[in-house]
Design a protein around this ligand. Structure first.
Ligand code: ZN
Ligand code: ZN
Length: 143
């Protein structure tokens, strides 16, 4: 069992499945929402992710992949919590920076590397042994 929260602590959540591998996304949406080079996420079955305190706000956009994506965040501190595809609600993508007691994890795949900023390019901090994809991988990977 792993827990996490937003910055102010109003939203709390629990994850009931082991997380060993993370996915980094460098799409323009993730850059804009994070205010940084992108996001780092755990791809989890929705059944293993549960909000235990508070109610996140929802912002819905069409992602760079062309899919409708619901993004959930704290309405008080604006921290991103997780996102969910409209066509694939069985999976959630949880922002790894919110984890409280994260055990050993590594980034196994980097996606949307073609839109990575010049200051977050491959070779500066991307592990060359990790999988890389210039856009959206064809099928969702399971955690
Ligand atoms: Zn908050
Ligand atoms: Zn992204």
């Amino acid at each position: 069992m792993m827990n996490g929260s937003c910055l102010c602590g109003a939203i709390r959540y629990a994850i009931s499945t082991p997380v060993a591998e993370l996915r980094a996304c460098y799409c323009r949406s993730c850059q804009k929402l994070s205010g940084g080079g992108g996001t780092v996420n755990a791809m989890l079955p929705s059944a293993s992710f549960r909000i235990t305190q508070g109610t996140p706000k929802r912002y819905t956009t069409v992602a760079d992949s062309g899919r409708t994506l619901h993004r959930y965040f704290c309405g008080d501190c604006a921290a991103p919590i997780y996102s969910q595809r409209e066509v694939n609600p069985e999976m959630v993508s949880v922002r790894a920076g919110g984890f409280d007691n994260a055990p050993e994890m590594k980034i196994g795949m980097h996606i949307w590397t073609k839109s990575a900023r010049s200051w977050s390019k491959i070779g500066s901090h991307i592990d060359p042994d990790a999988k890389q994809h210039p856009g959206q991988p064809d099928a969702p990977t399971r955690a």
